[in-house]
Design a protein around this ligand. Structure first.
Ligand code: B12
Length: 222
């Protein structure tokens, strides 16, 4: 099996590293950590590892959950495995000590605990020169507004992965519009679309982390 396919398989099966006891039949065998490190050492491009091994595996995991083949605990192991791989790629996505081109406050919206996509967007924005203030997950309108008030001229970036929580983004957009802060809001996450973004009056939407950088720069006029 090719290295990229092997990493993908290990994320789907939720095998973090050789010491992990999940799943049982892979105990003692290389997990995502060892294999991603191997891919880095073999000079496979970070973009390829990220997109073809890590990100693409999560949609397979989602499909398996949807069809009842796996349940929340398995999905959680896959998320942990994905995160362990992402942590190894982080230094390549972020350049140190560069001048900030703007501040972005990111967070996953109220009611939602998914943070892999948000973290990735944060890393890419940091890599592009933004100062990123990450509020975490399950973030209320009040917390977003508090951070916006403390950071004038910043952008708010909201993430939602559940159809039931994406609606909560409108509360934040409305609060921003009702204030005189002039803060711009960009949104994203698997169930979110350009049409939804327009519907709730957000300033920008991005399908993925690369686009998020372009959209963040565009709303800042750079
Ligand atoms: C991993 C995962 C989990 C993990 C999350 C771990 C973590 N720390 O994040 C755990 C196991 C905890 C979990 C829990 C649940 N999950 Co879940 N989960 C997933 C899964 C498999 C992958 C998500 C992911 O990380 N994708 C990879 C990242 C890189 O992609 P992304 O998040 O889409 O982000 C990209 C873009 O969307 C965009 N983006 C994201 N955010 C932002 C923000 C901005 C500002 C911008 C510009 C762009 C942007 O850029 C990112 C990078 O390219 C998805 C399946 C899927 N296909 O999405 C289901 C999924 C989202 N989960 C689902 C469900 C139902 C649940 C639970 C309700 C299950 C349950 N019964 O408990 C709970 C909800 C808990 C809660 N309150 O949040 C459903 C949602 C269905 C729906 N339409 O609402 C999905 C779609 C699975 C499915 N097919 O049914 N889940």
């Amino acid at each position: 099996m090719k290295l990229i396919d092997k990493i993908k398989d290990r994320v789907i099966r939720g095998h973090i590293n050789a010491n992990s006891r999940f799943p049982k039949d892979l105990t003692g065998k290389e997990g995502v950590e060892e294999l991603v490190q191997k891919a880095i050492d073999e000079k496979i491009s970070v973009g390829k590892i990220l997109n073809e091994a890590l990100i693409s595996s999560m949609s397979v995991v989602g499909d398996k959950y949807e069809t009842g083949e796996i349940f929340v605990p398995e999905m959680l192991f896959s998320a942990k495995a994905m995160k362990s791989g992402l942590a190894l790629l982080k230094p390549f996505l972020i350049k140190e000590n560069q001048k900030s081109i703007g501040t972005i406050i990111i967070g996953t919206i109220k009611g939602d605990m998914h943070d892999i996509g948000k973290n990735l967007v944060g890393m890419m924005l940091e890599g592009a020169g933004f100062e990123v203030i990450d509020l975490g997950v399950d973030i209320t309108k009040e917390k977003f507004m508090d951070a916006a008030e403390k950071n004038p001229g910043s952008i708010i970036g909201m993430s939602a992965l559940l159809t039931v929580t994406m609606k909560n983004m409108k509360e934040v957009v409305d609060a921003v519009k009702a204030s005189d802060l002039g803060t711009k809001v960009i949104i994203g996450g698997a169930p979110v679309s350009e049409a939804f973004s327009n519907e709730i009056g957000a300033d920008g939407y991005a399908l993925n982390a690369n686009q998020a950088v372009r959209v963040a720069k565009a709303v800042m006029g750079i």
